[in-house]
Write a protein that binds this ligand. Structure first.
Ligand SMILES: [Zn+2]
Length: 234
């Protein structure tokens, strides 16, 4: 089901179903892989061994479907619409993987990074493509420095490797200024959760990925407003 698009496999196997049942290993038929519909056709269970499927799946499929539709309504068929679809898939993917397992998978991140670069080249030409590559590298280096300082100050992992790689994707997509705005916004969004985690002592590790990608999502949608704001300040 949707997990195959989101690259949800491996550690997910026991939690969220991929396009095969990890209880009995049987693969699903095509009609068992239709988003939302299939969950109800299968009555929320594997047709082979009756293992329960995660109700998270149809929910994520519905949310993604709504966000895809909104992207099309707002942008029509355009570069922005394709990027919004990519960001929506990443948003759902990272929300599930980072909140549940404290992991941001490399594979979708690499695939989407290449996809964004190809789109930049097709829609805006070689110069924009080159600027994107440089921005990605610069943001990556900047985050590595922050991580290095953070790690030595806190004597512990301050930023996950996944967060650094995610930030590089921000650089590729939005360039330097907007990706820094996204990262700052993401950190602000994470702040209440971090405080809550510290106060309740519930979690030692705070998943930054979902907040960072939410920041990116918001900045991308309101890019004009953010750009105006930046030009007023600087
Ligand atoms: Zn099964």
């Amino acid at each position: 089901m949707i997990s195959s698009i989101y690259g949800i496999k491996g550690v997910y196997k026991t939690k969220v179903k991929a396009s095969y049942c990890d209880n009995c290993n049987s693969s699903y038929e095509w009609y068992e892989l239709i988003p939302i519909v299939s969950y109800f056709i299968l009555r929320g269970k594997c047709s082979h061994c009756n293992q329960k499927l995660s109700p998270l799946l149809p929910l994520l499929e519905i949310v993604s479907g709504i966000l895809f539709a909104i992207s099309y309504i707002i942008y029509g068929f355009s570069y922005e619409m394709i990027i919004m679809i990519i960001l929506t898939i990443m948003l759902v993917n990272i929300f599930v993987s980072d909140f549940k397992y404290f992991i941001i998978f490399d594979k979708p991140l690499i695939i989407f990074s290449f996809l964004v670069l190809i789109l930049k080249f097709i829609f805006f030409g070689f110069q924009t493509f080159l600027i994107s590559v440089c921005s990605g590298i610069l943001i990556f280096l900047l985050m590595m420095i922050i991580k290095y300082i953070g790690d030595s100050v806190f004597k512990d992992e301050s930023l996950g490797g996944g967060d650094v790689k995610l930030a590089m994707f921000f650089g590729l997509l939005l360039g330097l200024r907007l990706s820094i705005v996204s990262l700052v916004l993401g950190s602000f969004l994470a702040f209440p959760y971090a405080i809550y985690s510290v106060l309740t002592g519930k979690e030692k590790e705070i998943p930054f990925g979902p907040f960072l990608i939410s920041g990116l999502y918001i900045v991308f949608i309101f890019m004009d407003v953010v750009n105006n704001f930046i030009s007023i300040i600087f």
